[in-house]
Design a protein around this ligand. Structure first.
Ligand SMILES: [Zn+2]
Ligand SMILES: [Zn+2]
Length: 97
């Protein structure tokens, strides 16, 4: 689909120092996107699957299980450029269906 970002050399992830993750790949040693500490052990969907979020790399950030769970109550809403783009792309995808 046009307008989907290329994972390699993605400027948004690079500017924020985000290690991009993908399903089917081993989880890299990464910083948790929400608390900023080491040892992220899950891939969190910026837009949840339950809300139609994509499994694509641009909708996934490394996170601790606990931080991922804390976000579900709405307290961890992230407004960084990476997460903002993920929300934008997911809404475009939903409209395209
Ligand atoms: Zn964390
Ligand atoms: Zn974010």
């Amino acid at each position: 689909m046009a307008g989907m970002p290329d994972r390699r050399g993605d400027a948004v992830a690079a500017a924020l120092g985000i290690i991009t993750v993908r399903f089917g790949e081993p989880m890299p040693s990464a910083w948790c996107h929400y608390c900023g500490r080491e040892g992220a052990d899950t891939r969190d969907h910026v837009v949840a699957r339950a809300r139609g979020g994509s499994n694509a790399w641009w909708n996934l950030v490394p996170a601790h299980k606990a931080c991922n769970a804390a976000k579900r109550d709405g307290s961890g809403y992230c407004s960084c450029a990476f997460c903002t783009r993920a929300r934008d792309l997911n809404s475009v995808l939903r409209k395209a269906v």
